[in-house]
Each structure stands twice: as structure tokens, then as C-alpha cells.
Design a protein around this ligand. Structure first.
Ligand SMILES: Cc1ncc(COP(=O)(O)O)c(C=O)c1O
Length: 370
């Protein structure tokens, strides 16, 4: 019989045990990805309630069976427009979008060149197809180019990266990535999970820089205040995914409340195109407040602000100290981040007031990492 005690003891010994914590309403929340503060917006709630009244709590079938409703297709059209792509397809989550996309468009004859700090779902997607994977040093375009020049295959080649890195808050060199993908005849795949809704008037970092990759992945579950994921690309790619992406074909369509809320979020984002810029300005101020006391938030240039600690137990102790002072910010440890780089990850959202940010910075600055 498989037992788990030995593994759990090893995890505990390394200071890596993860525990579920109930969210508390009396805390200042800094671990949420609800960047625009839309998850409990009255208009999103109202839209979800209406959708449930109309369609029920579940579509109870995959999209290809009887689970396809107008809300899904309306949202796909809007997401395609938002990201500047021809077409889009919803998935059960961003994780399922990444694994479904990469496992279906790559094969064992292909090569994937991936940033070393890519999200786990991009790593898993490529490994499912058994494509060869080369992981280049984080944002190191010389290292990527070395691989591109020296690693060939009989099939297709793909460059895969987050646009905004989830644990560091830095941005991939998106224009250089496009240039390399064109120069070396590669397909560029960009995961915009943390950037959609915030950058490029909501359309993401590719939109902001005028870059048009082969595919963009996004999630409804962060700035859009809902749940689910999507892939955007040309119409042929989307048709291919409908016919080949296993996480799309063999999984139930999103519950009606989710696309309804996301559609309302897009209405709000379109009517307030400055929201993302305002959030980024608040985050820059917040980084300044923290760095003033000698903490490093490098290399963040976004609403995601890491405070580097290093050692696992110290990061947990620091997070507990923050919690005792009313600030909820989770310690991030390996394997989510590389060994020796444990940190507190804070995300600034539009729910925060200037007073909230000053208070959190004061608590951070008066704590010590020991
Ligand atoms: C870069 C990136 N891609 C994909 C995902 C997965 O998205 P979802 O939470 O919708 O599954 C995440 C979530 O944390 C992410 O950070």
C-alpha cells in the first residue's frame, strides 16, 4: 500500500509544508490576483445571478455535447477582440488552457524553448506531448538565441513564455522574442495570465507592444474577476484546438455564471481603460515605500511585488509576522520558485487604498527577516 508519511516528513524537514488557510475578511489581502477589484463588483454578481437564473448552475456537458451556450461564444468573440487576435476558445481554467494548447499543438518531433521561470502549466503542457524542451535562463535572449541557432528538429519549433512573470512581477522582452521567433521561424506562445486586464488597456502586454504571437493564453480568474481560461489565435488554430485539445474536448463547459461575470468585467474594463495604468502607478509607489527601508522588490515592474527573503522558514516566519499585524501575504517557496529564493509575494489591487498600501509598507518595514 502506498504511504505518504516519509514524503511528508521530508517536506516538513525542508520547511516546505503547504497548509490551507481560510481567507479572513478582517485582513488586508495582498495575495489575491483580483487586480482590478472586480471579483465582488455588484455588476459582475448581478450578471452571474442572471445567468444562473437563465441557464442554471452548470451546463452539465462538454461544449461539444450539449454544454455550449451563447455566453461562451459571446465571451470568446470579446476576448479575441480584446487581445487583437482572430479567434478565441474558452477552457476550464488557465492551467487547462496551457496544458490543452501545448499538448495538442506540439509533438515528439518538435522542440519547445521555454523560459526557466515559466508557469507550471506551460511546463506540464509541453511534457505531455513529449516534445523536446530546452529551458533558457530567465529572460536571457542570448541564451535563447544560442538554443535557436543550435537545436533543430524534424518538426516545428516553439518559443513559450509568460509575458508577466507571476512570482517576480517582471516582464518578458516581448519585442525581442517576436524578432527571434521570426528570424528563426518559430511559433511564439505567450501566456498573459497576469497581464490581461492590466496592461495594454486590458488587452495584455502583446497588445501594449504591438506584438502578435502565434497564440496568447489568458485567464478569467485574475483581473477579470471570474473563473476559467482561454487561448486566442487565428481561426485555424482555434478550429484545430476544438478538434484536438483534450482538456477542451473531454471537460465540461464553464458554468454560466463564469462567462457572464467575465463579459461584465470586459464592459467595465472597456469603459475605464485607465484602470490598469492606475494600478501600475499604485504598485510603483508601493515598491518605492518598501525599497525605502532597504528591501529589494527587484525585478518587479508591475502589480506583483516580491519581497525577497531567501530561506524557506524565514519566509514563513515573516509571512506569519505580517498576518499577526493584519496583512495577508503568503510565503512562496520551492518548487514554485527556485531553491534559495523564498519570498513574500504581494499583489497590489485596485481594492487597496493609499492608506492600505502605506500601512502594509509600514508593517513590512518594521519587521525583520531573521
Ligand atoms: C502564468 C500563469 N499561467 C496560467 C495560470 C493558471 O491560470 P488559472 O488560475 O486560471 O488556472 C497561472 C495561475 O496562477 C499563471 O500564473
Amino acid at each position: 500500500m502506498r504511504t505518504y508519511g516519509g514524503d511528508l516528513a521530508r517536506i516538513e524537514k525542508d520547511g516546505l509544508t503547504r497548509r490551507l488557510q481560510l481567507r479572513r475578511s478582517d485582513m488586508l489581502e495582498f495575495s489575491s490576483n483580483d487586480y482590478l477589484g472586480l471579483a465582488d463588483h455588484p455588476r459582475l454578481k448581478e450578471a452571474s445571478i442572471k445567468a444562473i437564473e437563465m441557464w442554471g448552475s452548470s451546463v452539465a456537458a462538454s461544449r461539444l455535447m450539449s454544454g455550449n451556450i451563447g455566453l461562451h461564444e459571446q465571451l470568446e468573440n470579446r476576448l479575441a477582440r480584446l487581445t487583437g487576435m482572430e479567434s478565441a476558445l474558452l477552457f476550464g481554467s488557465g492551467f487547462l488552457a496551457n496544458t490543452g494548447l501545448l499538448s495538442s499543438i506540439t509533438s515528439r518531433d518538435d522542440l519547445v524553448f521555454a523560459d526557466r521561470l515559466n508557469h507550471a502549466s506551460l511546463v506540464d503542457g509541453a511534457s505531455l506531448s513529449r516534445a523536446g524542451v530546452f529551458r533558457y535562463r530567465h529572460c536571457d535572449m542570448d541564451h535563447l538565441e544560442y538554443f535557436l541557432a543550435n537545436r533543430t528538429c524534424s518538426g516545428n519549433r516553439f518559443i513559450v513564455t509568460d509575458s508577466l512573470f507571476s512570482m517576480d512581477g517582471d516582464i518578458a522582452p516581448i519585442r525581442k522574442l517576436e524578432e527571434l521567433s521570426l528570424c528563426y521561424d518559430c511559433n511564439l506562445i505567450i501566456d498573459e495570465a497576469h497581464a490581461v486586464g492590466v496592461f495594454g488597456n486590458g488587452g495584455g502586454i502583446c497588445r501594449e507592444y504591438g506584438v502578435r504571437p502565434h497564440a496568447v493564453i489568458g485567464t478569467l480568474s485574475k483581473a477579470l474577476g471570474s473563473y476559467g481560461g482561454f487561448v486566442a489565435g487565428n481561426a485555424e488554430l482555434i478550429k484545430y484546438l476544438i478538434n484536438n485539445a483534450r482538456t477542451f474536448i473531454y471537460s465540461t463547459g464553464l458554468p454560466p455564471a463564469a462567462p457572464a461575470a467575465a463579459l461584465k468585467a470586459l464592459d467595465i474594463i472597456e469603459s475605464q481603460p485607465d484602470s490598469g495604468r492606475k494600478l501600475l502607478e499604485m504598485a510603483a509607489d508601493f515598491r518605492g515605500m518598501i525599497e525605502f527601508s532597504g528591501f529589494s522588490t527587484s525585478p518587479s515592474e508591475s502589480q506583483i511585488v516580491p519581497v525577497h527573503v531567501g530561506e524557506n522558514r524565514k519566509a514563513v516566519a515573516f509571512s506569519e509576522y505580517l498576518e499577526r499585524n493584519g496583512v495577508s501575504a503568503v510565503a512562496i517557496r520551492p518548487p514554485t520558485v527556485p531553491a534559495g529564493t523564498a519570498r513574500i509575494r504581494l499583489s497590489v489591487t485596485l481594492r487597496h487604498s493609499r492608506k492600505d498600501l502605506s500601512y502594509a509598507a509600514e508593517v513590512l518595514n518594521s519587521g525583520s527577516i531573521q
